[in-house]
Design a protein around this ligand. Structure first.
Ligand code: TIU
Length: 220
């Protein structure tokens, strides 16, 4: 059993029963011209997460930990895109429309790819999710339970949207979640702060908040 400093108290985990889950580190969210920018956001704010996540990913792989990647996106026929999600924001360019990196948030398009710095390795499960939470309408729960996973280390973007929703879903399903604060990012600094505080408040109501250097040290 390994232990790392975290809030509200140390997070203890067994490498064989823990998965590193990397949420939606896709070009659409992190690179200019994608969905994130179409929503009016400054994507450069998310890029600080790339290097710490890459180092944690390398340490997790070397330790033999299960690594799971998720991607937010939709079928090319948009059959799994709720009309409400398509309409939301009244933006001139929305999900499924052509953009500089292909059709926005559509599976198989360049913008839907995971950024090259964090590309999945052969054999690492990639979960395609139509919603913000990684458990909604996916097989993530089965993939985790079939491997005996009990705890998750959750990285990715954005802290208050897909990371927070996934941590809440995981918590209700009985998984303990640790969120390394340097491996999650938001387009809004105040949401980054509050989304992390929400997770760890009230004795860790949804989970734990830590940082990647402590995890990398524990894994190596
Ligand atoms: N808009 C925003 O902050 N996030 C998303 O739409 N998706 C994810 O967080 N992955």
């Amino acid at each position: 059993m390994l232990s790392v400093d975290a809030e509200p108290y140390a997070f203890e985990f067994d490498v064989g029963r823990t998965a590193l889950v990397i949420i939606d580190m896709q070009r659409d969210f992190l690179e200019p011209g994608g969905f994130g920018e179409a929503l009016g956001n400054d994507v450069s704010l998310l890029r600080r997460t790339i290097e710490p996540t890459r180092e944690l990913l390398q340490a997790a792989r070397a330790a033999g930990m299960l690594v799971i990647h998720t991607r937010e996106g939709h079928r090319p026929d948009l059959g799994d895109l709720p009309p409400a999600k398509k309409r939301r924001g009244r933006f001139p360019v929305t999900i499924g429309d052509p953009g500089p990196m292909g059709r926005i948030l559509v599976r198989g398009e360049v913008g839907h790819d995971i950024i090259p710095e964090l590309a999945p390795a052969d054999g690492e499960p990639v979960v395609d999710k139509p919603g913000k939470g990684a458990f909604h309408a996916t097989d993530l729960d089965s993939v985790l339970r079939n491997r005996g996973i009990e705890k998750l280390i959750v990285c990715g973007v954005t802290t208050e949207v897909c990371v927070n929703t996934t941590v809440r879903e995981a918590n209700d399903r009985g998984f303990d979640c640790l969120v390394p604060e340097d491996c999650v990012g938001s387009y809004f600094p105040e949401f980054q702060d509050m989304a992390l505080r929400m997770i760890k408040a009230q004795g860790g109501i949804f989970g734990w908040v830590g940082s990647s250097p402590a995890l990398v040290a524990a894994l190596t």
